[in-house]
Design a protein around this ligand. Sequence first.
Ligand SMILES: Nc1nc2c(ncn2[C@@H]2O[C@H](COP(=O)(O)OP(=O)(O)O)[C@@H](O)[C@H]2O)c(=O)[nH]1
Ligand SMILES: [Mg+2]
Length: 814
Amino acid sequence: MRINREYLKQYSVKPVVKQTGVGALPRGIHKTPDLREWITLESVAFPPVPVNRDGHWRLISVVAVPTKLEDGSQGWIAPWAAVEWSWPEKVAVQKIDFRSRQDTASLRQNKKISAHPADTNITLDSIARTQRENALFAVLDRLVVTSPNDKVDLAFLAPHYAGLLPLEVYLYYWALIPESREWLRPDVAACQQVSPKINGDAIASITHSKDDSYGTDILPARKLPDITSWQQPLDLTPQIGPWLQKSLTLAESIPVTQGGLRENLVAELQAVERRWHLPGFRVAVVGEFNRGKSTLINRLLRRFVVPVGNLSTTAVVTSMMAGEQDQMIVRFAKKHSEVRPLEELSWSDLLAIDAAGNEREVFAGVQVTLNDTWLRSLDIELIDTPGTGDLNGQRGAVVNDVLSQCDAVVMVVTAISPFGMREATLLKEQVMGRHIDRILVVVSHLDTIDRAQRARLLHHIQERAIAISETIPVLPLHPIDDSPEDVVLDAVRHQIATMVSGSRRAWRSQQVAGQLASYLSNLVKIGEDAIATARLDPIAREQALKQAQEEARASELHWQKIRRELDKRREQCYKKLQEKILNAKDELIDLLTFDISRTQNPKFWWERELPFRLRRELPAIGRKSEDLLMSAIARDFECLQKEVSHAFNIQMTWKAVESTPTQSLEIKPQELELSDLQQYRLMARIGSSVAMVGGYVFGGPIGVITNLGIAILGENFLNKTLEEQRQLITAQFTTIVDRAFDEHCQRVSERLRHLYDQLIADTKHQQSIWKSAKNTTVAESTFVSINETAWQQVIASASALKTEMSTALQQSPA
Ligand SMILES: Nc1nc2c(ncn2[C@@H]2O[C@H](COP(=O)(O)OP(=O)(O)O)[C@@H](O)[C@H]2O)c(=O)[nH]1
Ligand SMILES: [Mg+2]
């Protein structure tokens, strides 16, 4: 096989998988400076076996190259080498080449060996292997912190190796470590439980290691912004309602009728109120078809909301949030939308099977608002997704899009076919791989299982979940003992509440209070201006009116200037992002080239693996730029606000973000480290979380890969040799990757533009309301003189209310 040296070099400097502990040794053989020139790329190290050498732990791994056996099954070419590491130095102290040794020559006469582990009841696929290895590494991690002189009987390790090592490999280990014959027995049953935690208990009596870090994560984890470490703001939620009400009453008492001023100001407050009621957290319910996602949602909401059963095969995503009244809005792909009553009939054209029983695809999004206290109190948007049987398809893309924009996940698995490999992959790659760390797994269909069996089954599923991550809770949707159904469901509701809790609402209450306070300041200013103009003599008043009209014209020019500036800034931000994304392209190409060189099934790789990998990698690459993106937007937004308040002398924010004034338009990444707090305020302003904005920009809906036109490979291709197939694919795939990156970048650019447009539109809207308010009052100054007392009243009340809010705001840390 051809070895890509370039790749090797990069591989050795890139932290592809962050692994610590014993597992890092065998998994890092291609990266370890001392070994990588010696060990061929296709070689794999078997799990290391511990041995006491002069009172120190040593770990020895046998190394072999995978191959296909005559019958097509997986196998190994006779092991050719072994590595011995010292612990805790983690240094390779011995490289053993069997090809030049007499003592293992007889063993190597057996040219190929089966990959099947010693315990013949075990089937190993790559996921099971990784899990079993991780479990073993966790145990070894705990072992090697003890003294090897403690004379621990290592026999407890044997079941781990029995689930991993082929029979023949034992012989090599025995040859290298004669004393291991005592305990390294292939004739024991393999560990049935592969969870590191459970196995860890087995030697808990030996030691209690504080270091629980072992490499269960195939994907490197991203640090989420830790909300709990921030200073907790004062929660003003109870006050917001009365404040909004008082402000509305005030707006309604404004003594001006011309130009719709009063209506505009009232409408502005109503918009603030609506935003305040929008949920601040998205919880997606995911799982394969027919697992019971929709059923669960209906049960949680205690009523029929989403149809159960045959909707699953459409691409419909249904979102549910609290609202004034029950209704559903259906948005079709062609941008038109319909409001419908919330009843079964409203769903009929959205189902995957029409009345005549034919299948069809429906592309629409449904947004349901419910007058539901549970949803309201949790402040969440609950999302029902179509099933994810095949993540390569259109539906997979839809679910991808939802996942890239949600904050927590409830995954439904059934007791009937619990936690298959596809589900484990969904959880690991699509959920955890997206850094969503608030996850709950629930088990449906337990009612179809005999009550006596339920606890055992649930336990089994819990173990599987633990093997993926130790922190994922697993809850039943039906009682496993005598408790009533309600109790079980309440536990699920409670868990969801715990998952979404946080100071989110408190932050938003602060933000809304700020908006209201600034609204009142502006109102006071308008009132004062109105009174002042009314007191002018007719000529001066005439002039003031002219001036106001002049200002209105100038304001439009100002806005054009601001927009141009923001556009420039957005371009800069995009350029930086693009640079980062394109840099990652070369890395990905190297990685994929390496993949091609190893795959035993190029056709499958090309048609299935490549699209999947691209769809997963592209948003992931974007996520690496999330900090850059957020900082740039925060800066630009701050600049926008400063510019607006400077140009129009209008207070747009309630508290200026403290940072040095931006003088140059150039984005300097090293200066862009905004505090979490500032970022959070920006996000509150946009109305979503960092993860969601990042997801919106980098994730994104359907497409990219679906349009790539990856050719289906025919008979002709299959007739070629494996090596020829690989070469053909290698020759073509960079074009595909290039196109995917182009499209991705283009979309990132479009979404960024949309985001900025949104920010500008919002700000401009607010500004223009106050601007036109001023003009109206000036124009109406004759009425003002009559209404001076009324204005005085408005000013007094607004000032008092504003003082009340400012006092409350100042009590909180900022
Ligand atoms: N017995 C039983 N049936 C269920 C359960 N959950 C869902 N179902 C049934 O399974 C089918 C699929 O459920 P649905 O909620 O539409 O699954 P989805 O595709 O995941 O949304 C429907 O016929 C449901 O009535 C459960 O916990 N127990
Ligand atoms: Mg469903």
